[in-house]
Ligand binder design. Structure first.
Ligand SMILES: NC(=O)C1=CN([C@@H]2O[C@H](COP(=O)(O)OP(=O)(O)OC[C@H]3O[C@@H](n4cnc5c(N)ncnc54)[C@H](OP(=O)(O)O)[C@@H]3O)[C@@H](O)[C@H]2O)C=CC1
Ligand SMILES: Nc1nc2c(c(=O)[nH]1)N=C([C@H](O)[C@@H](O)CO)CN2
Length: 240
């Protein structure tokens, strides 16, 4: 059992991009962090230096999810929050059997959060009313669907629905909310034509960056009343 100054925040996929920004924001406020990573990015060195517990985890098998939950329970009796950030934006492709795409998407966006929420419920309870939080990172496309990421959108829709189910199950000790981003940040390989086309999809026409999510997570953890809600962060995309 590891001794933490206070109950740690657990972030899945915390070694890059939005997950990394979230981990850094908590560490900067001396809030303990446990994060999972799959690829051992160089950022892990600085995260460990800053006190983060970084655990290698590939959630592509249910056995690995159970093993990860056991690791968490062996590290800490309590969690301040669990942020389900790990994800893969996998399109349908002609070379991937459609059943494989669907299985991949359900595994990371449904099996992983569902099982970790169930297995780590005892770590979230016992901290008083609104004492802990679960945050699901979903996607704007839950509302509209996506012709190129059908399985991805369906899996995120299941994750969105679980937000309300777990909110009902875990209240009032644990708040459960979803954040549904639109374009937040590009991938390095995104070319100018794609970037321009993506920016045109919203009213605000920007890719705001990770801080947009960091600030919303901070708000959700500070709330004593918000639960079962999906908060869209999409630049007014639905109004375009
Ligand atoms: N970026 C954006 O504009 C948007 C993001 N979102 C959502 O916000 C969240 C964060 O987005 P972003 O930072 O871009 O996410 P990324 O695509 O960068 O993925 C986040 C992390 O998930 C990890 N991961 C993927 N599959 C697995 C797995 N099977 N087991 C363990 N870890 C895994 C990845 O590890 P590895 O690096 O090793 O592959 C990666 O570090 C996601 O849930 C995403 O769907 C929603 C809409 C827009
Ligand atoms: N796991 C990920 N999910 C998503 C990503 C990403 O990079 N990783 N990116 C997007 C796009 O930015 C999309 O919102 C652009 O319209 C969606 N999901």
């Amino acid at each position: 059992m590891t001794t933490f100054s206070s109950a740690p925040v657990l972030i899945t996929g915390g070694a890059r991009r939005i997950g990394l920004a979230l981990a850094r924001s908590f560490l900067a406020r001396s809030i303990p962090v446990i994060l999972s990573y799959r690829t051992p990015y160089t950022e892990l060195d600085a995260l460990r230096q800053a006190g983060a517990i970084c655990l290698a985890a590939d959630f592509s098998t249910t056995e690995n999810i159970y093993a990860f939950a056991e690791q968490i329970r062996s590290l800490t009796p309590r969690l301040r929050a669990m942020i389900h950030n790990a994800s893969r934006w996998e399109p349908e492709t002609p070379t991937t059997p459609p059943e494989q795409t669907l299985a991949d998407m359900l595994q990371i966006h449904v099996y992983t959060p569902y099982l970790l929420n169930q297995l780590l419920e005892p770590c979230l309870r016992g901290q008083g009313i609104a004492g802990a939080d679960i945050i699901h990172l979903t996607d704007y496309v839950v509302e509209k669907g996506s012709e190129k990421h059908i399985a991805y959108a369906a899996s995120k829709a299941a994750l969105d629905n679980m937000t309300r189910s777990f909110a009902r199950k875990l209240a009032p000790e644990v708040k459960v909310n979803a954040i549904a981003p639109g374009l937040i940040l590009f991938k390095e390989q995104d070319d100018d034509a794609y970037r321009q086309q993506a920016l045109e999809k919203s009213l605000m026409k920007i890719a705001p960056g990770e801080e947009e999510i960091v600030r919303l997570v901070e708000y959700l953890l500070s709330s004593r009343y918000m639960t079962g809600k999906t908060l869209g962060v999409d630049g007014g995309r639905a109004l375009r």
